[in-house]
Design a protein around this ligand. Structure first.
Ligand code: GLA
Length: 760
């Protein structure tokens, strides 16, 4: 690479001698890859990924986003630009090299793409290793690159040792969302230990006016939106729980300036695709520059790499919108449905399902489930799901997990009669499983007490009377895959609700070599993904829901293998509006399952009408979780009508563009969403009122995203529209004059549509 060598040999570089030596050694490898890359450059029409030799920089363009990175004279890889798409002819920005004093070395103030811990770096490094000779210094410099279709790979190497890092960049052409990950390889002759491994760092330019958003929660109160101003210092979002967790979700968004509405302003956002312990650090330095670094949490982390071995980090996705936080969510939604979920880009719409949990709890049996199935079918349900209680000696949550045979008392003839009945009724059949767990009171645990996470001689702390199987163990992985494969082979199952009802404790893996025991954090998750992937290949008809006592395992990693997620065990339709609102910042309505359950709600004793409950649940994938045995005849009539209406609108709701017209945030009495169909033909507007106060009227609604000049007719689907509202008007009229609705009382809701004329 002549230009690089030239730059380096003329540059004032501290480690020049070492670097030149290593470049000479690495030259043959680099040369081959660069020849291949140039060819790829020429072949890539539209040039979504370009290398500019003069600037020694790379530029990735996708949708409305440009991302530019470049190599400095000293061989450091820096982030140069991330934001709104630039013109093709625009110049490449120049790298930053600052460092004003002995306290601020250039390495500490530069916008590194991926930095090793060494050379005086004080921030969160992407990679920290410890070598057997006591050296812990790692300085990664550019070696070579390749471009293949939508993927750029930039190779880095330590200035002295053969520690190689491949940085992988995949640009999604439809949304401009970039996936970044790192492949870390030990090409030295000795093992070393990785102490910290972060997938990527997103660098933002200097600004003292950034607003950070993230999502926090707990069981039954997931996805609470947090908003705060960024200041110099560090915000750490993290799960140490062994899985994604509901304490905080691996998503962030940073907006420049506090924008007055949802649809203006520059927003950078990201999400980590990992379902194990993780960490995202948002650092702002004294010069107000921001770095967002995400990957495995370093807490209790160690990964030993023998010569020739490698470690792949999860993907850390990042995107940019200059249509505000609303635009950022819509990009993520499109990306998830178009590029992440297993059936992408042509996924089937979520069927209307029934789930037995709130109706029958653990008390499931053939006759009871068949009776529920008949009632569910009568209102238009398309999928019948039997929840917990069907297996082993399961009568409550104290026993049975791990023993995945059909309980012979509850189902003397196996599951086949029930499944046949469900199909005869015109529905498909789904089943609850919790594969990664075991109750101490189970045959599995009695036979294999060593299969759980544990430290020998220490307590095994139970959560919901259960222990966590160590899925990193090959025998446990084989057992879990084996029973699921058998279950799906022997029974006509179309859907698994895959649950995970506790977090880790005592995360020991005593059977592994001492220096590999902490790898449990990585291997358990990899094996989970592996099992899901293999099951999907062998049983392609099966769809899967990720549930973790609610929304404790919702992330872009698990969404690669699952079709939908369960955001919360809290099924109160009012509480759910807030949970769903938070959820929607990071995740698409099309992957969100929501049930209509009984009133008063078990959670908080709140009473709401059946219509209100339906409208709350109809904003994603619709489920029914009520005890249909207790319903009055008129409830069936309402439910049948609402389900019919939902089916008409579901592609708009599940796949459309979501606009939050009024968010149930900051104690707001109101919640209004608009879903605009992919073809722009139809907008469905769901409006909710918590309680009328002081005679206040409902705020006027201003739909968004309509064609300004096209005519739209308005139609009430649930509730009535005021007679003063015209039947038809232009997009401009609806968006700028607005719509006055008159909801009054407590827990009121309405649904209406705007339909483009001439497109019926
Ligand atoms: C978890 C799930 C519930 C239900 C129960 C069954 O709590 O979130 O929906 O499946 O387990 O035990």
């Amino acid at each position: 690479m002549i230009p690089l060598l030239h730059r380096i040999s003329t540059g004032k570089f501290l480690r020049r001698r070492f670097l030149i030596l290593y470049l000479v050694l690495g030259a043959s490898l680099a040369a081959t890859e660069i020849t291949a890359s140039r060819k790829a450059d020429a072949e890539t029409k539209g040039q979504t990924i370009r290398y500019d030799a003069a600037a020694h920089s790379f530029r990735l363009d996708g949708a409305d986003v440009s991302y530019i990175l470049g190599v400095t004279e000293s061989g450091d890889l820096q982030a140069l630009y991330w934001g709104k798409r630039l013109r093709n002819q625009d110049p490449f920005p120049v790298p930053i090299s600052e460092g004003g004093s002995g306290f601020e070395l250039p390495i500490d103030t530069s916008p590194h793409e991926f930095v090793g811990w060494g050379g005086g770096f004080y921030g969160v490094p992407n990679l920290k290793v410890s070598f057997p000779d006591g050296n812990r210094d790692l300085v990664l410099h550019y070696l070579s690159y390749t471009i293949r279709e939508d993927t750029l790979t930039v190779k880095l190497k330590d200035i002295d040792r053969d520690v190689i890092v491949d940085l992988v960049y995949e640009m999604d052409p439809a949304t401009g969302i970039l996936a970044r990950s790192a492949h870390i390889e030990n090409r030295t002759k000795e093992p070393f230990t990785i102490e910290e491994a972060f997938a990527a760092t997103w660098n933002l330019p200097s600004s003292s006016d950034y607003q950070l958003r993230y999502l926090t929660g707990r069981w039954a109160s997931e996805f609470n939106l947090q908003e705060e101003a960024l200041h110099p210092g560090k915000v750490v979002l993290e799960s140490r729980r062994g899985s994604t967790g509901d304490e905080v979700n691996p998503w962030f968004a940073i907006e420049r300036g506090a924008q007055p509405d949802q649809d203006t302003g520059d927003v950078w956002f990201g999400a980590l695709a990992w379902s194990g312990s993780w960490q995202i650090n948002i650092e702002q330095n004294a010069a107000d520059r921001v770095r967002v670094t995400g990957g495995f949490t370093p807490f209790d982390f160690a990964y030993s790499l023998k010569p020739g071995q490698s470690l792949d980090t999860p993907k850390f996705y990042g995107g940019f919108s200059n249509a505000g936080i609303g635009g950022a969510s819509r990009l993520l939604h499109r990306f998830e449905l178009g590029s992440v979920v297993p059936q992408a880009p042509d996924r089937t719409l979520r069927p209307v399902l029934y789930n037995s949990w709130e109706a029958t709890g653990f008390d499931v049996n053939e006759a009871g489930q068949e009776a529920l199935a008949e009632k569910a079918a009568s209102i238009g349900v398309e999928r019948f799901v039997m929840d917990d209680g069907w297996f082993g000696k399961r009568k409550d949550d104290h026993a049975g997990l791990g023993d995945w045979y059909v309980n012979p008392q509850k189902f003397p003839n196996g599951l086949t009669p029930l499944i046949n009945k469900v199909y005869t009724l015109g529905m498909d059949f789904g089943l609850w499983v919790e594969p990664e767990m075991v109750n101490p009171d189970s045959d599995l645990y009695r036979a294999h007490p060593d299969w759980v996470l544990n430290f020998p001689g220490r307590p095994r702390t139970e959560g919901r009377n259960q222990l966590v199987l160590n899925l990193a163990r090959p025998d446990v992985r084989a057992y879990v895959y084996g029973f699921l494969d058998k279950l799906l082979t022997e029974n006509d199952i179309a859907f698994l609700k895959w649950d995970y009802n506790r977090n880790w404790s005592e995360p020991g893996w005593p059977a592994a070599a001492l220096d590999e025991q902490k790898q449990v954090y990585v291997e358990a998750v990899r094996n989970l993904y592996g099992i899901l992937a293999e099951l999907r290949v062998k049983h392609p008809k099966v769809e899967i829901e990720s549930c973790s006592g609610g929304g404790a395992r919702v992330d872009l990693g698990v969404l690669r293998y699952t079709d939908e997620v369960w955001p919360s065990d809290n099924t109160d339709p009012f509480d759910r509006l807030r949970i769903q609102n938070g959820f929607s910042y990071a995740y698409a309505p099309g992957v969100m399952m929501a049930w209509v359950t009984d009133s008063p709600n078990w959670m908080n004793n709140r009473s709401t009408s059946l219509e209100y409950r339906f409208l709350s649940s109809m904003q994603g994938g619709l489920g029914i979780g009520a005890n249909l045995n207790k319903w009055a005849p008129e409830d069936f009539v309402v439910a049948k009508t609402m389900i019919g209406q939902y089916k008409q609108l579901r592609s708009t709701v599940q796949e459309g563009a979501l606009y939050r017209l009024l968010s149930p945030e900051h104690g707001s009495e109101y919640s209004v969403t608009e879903s605009l169909s992919k073809d722009g033909r139809e907008a469905a507007i769901f409006a909710f009122l918590h309680s009328s106060q002081l005679g206040d009227s409902y705020p006027r609604l201003y739909p968004r995203g309509l064609d300004e000049a096209s005519e739209y007719s308005i139609q009430a689907i649930v509730g009535k529209l005021d007679s003063r509202i015209p039947k038809q008007a232009s997009g401009d009229y609806w968006m700028h004059h607005g719509i006055e609705i008159s909801l009054q009382g407590d827990y009121q809701a309405t649904l209406f549509t705007l339909e483009k004329e001439g497109m019926k």
